[in-house]
Design a protein around this ligand. Sequence first.
Ligand SMILES: Nc1ncnc2c1ncn2[C@@H]1O[C@H](COP(=O)(O)OP(=O)(O)OP(=O)(O)O)[C@@H](O)[C@H]1O
Ligand SMILES: [Mg+2]
Length: 290
Amino acid sequence: MATEPTEMVQRTGATLGPGSAPPERTAQGQRTVGEITVSNPVIVCRNVNVHYGDKQAIRDVSLDIAHNEVIAMIGPSGCGKSTFLRCLNRLNDTIPTAKVTGSITLDGVDVYDRKQDVVQLRARVGMVFQKPNPFPKSVYENVAYGPRIHGLAGDRTELDEIVQTSLMRAGLWEEVKDRLDQPGTALSGGQQQRLCIARTIAVSPEVILMDEPCSALDPIATARIEDLIDELRQNYAICIVTHSMQQAARVSQRTAYFHLGDLIEVGSTDQIFTNPRHKLTEDYITGRFG
Ligand SMILES: Nc1ncnc2c1ncn2[C@@H]1O[C@H](COP(=O)(O)OP(=O)(O)OP(=O)(O)O)[C@@H](O)[C@H]1O
Ligand SMILES: [Mg+2]
């Protein structure tokens, strides 16, 4: 079992309760080591803080997410990865005690603006969860639901087309084309996860958030999803939370390392895994912590 070195506790504060010491700032005045900005951002987060009641879960996180990139979010359990992901499409709104401050923009528009239509936002910033969660409806209806409520199809032929294209892009069409009327829940776990991905891309999102999308899958289904992530990058930005460093290394171009609510370091996945600049990152990726 890895133990937490004293130095780590001193650097970050052991808890994120009120009054805990903030981590050191870099010479540039930011907490995070590495380049938080990109030249072609789709999402820009600045000084994002999240509290659940009076407990702080994310502290002063600033990060850009680029078009057509896969960015991996890694870090020990409880460090705030899911919380941060949920900020990006306002899923934290559904948690009564959660309070988000700071600024998050999507294509330059404030995601937290009072005029922002949250249903629309979640179509543009889609989410795939750890546990595949198809609706208790047919395979077809799972994919058709979003385009229908967003009025993306003029008639049944167009809807059929969207359903087929989405299932093809999710790499599931061949396996389900003869069973579109069967319940989505009757598919295997890996197929259900691809169905959820098809459902997400059916509404043409700009960003796909994936929170440990492969953790319930076997290695074959995982490889299938990883290939898919790589293909989807042509059209979308993808933020993936993963506990598998091999997976982060395989699928992402950039990696962000979180620790106790702080974004400690961000950089190219190559650099993070071969030459981490922050000791906390190094300890984590070499297995000394987490
Ligand atoms: N709904 C909630 N209400 C209160 N506290 C919460 C809630 N969700 C998360 N937290 C707390 O916020 C912190 C960050 O949790 P989060 O789920 O974001 O971590 P994580 O990095 O995704 O962890 P894991 O790797 O285990 O999924 C934790 O201390 C957690 O207990
Ligand atoms: Mg999580």
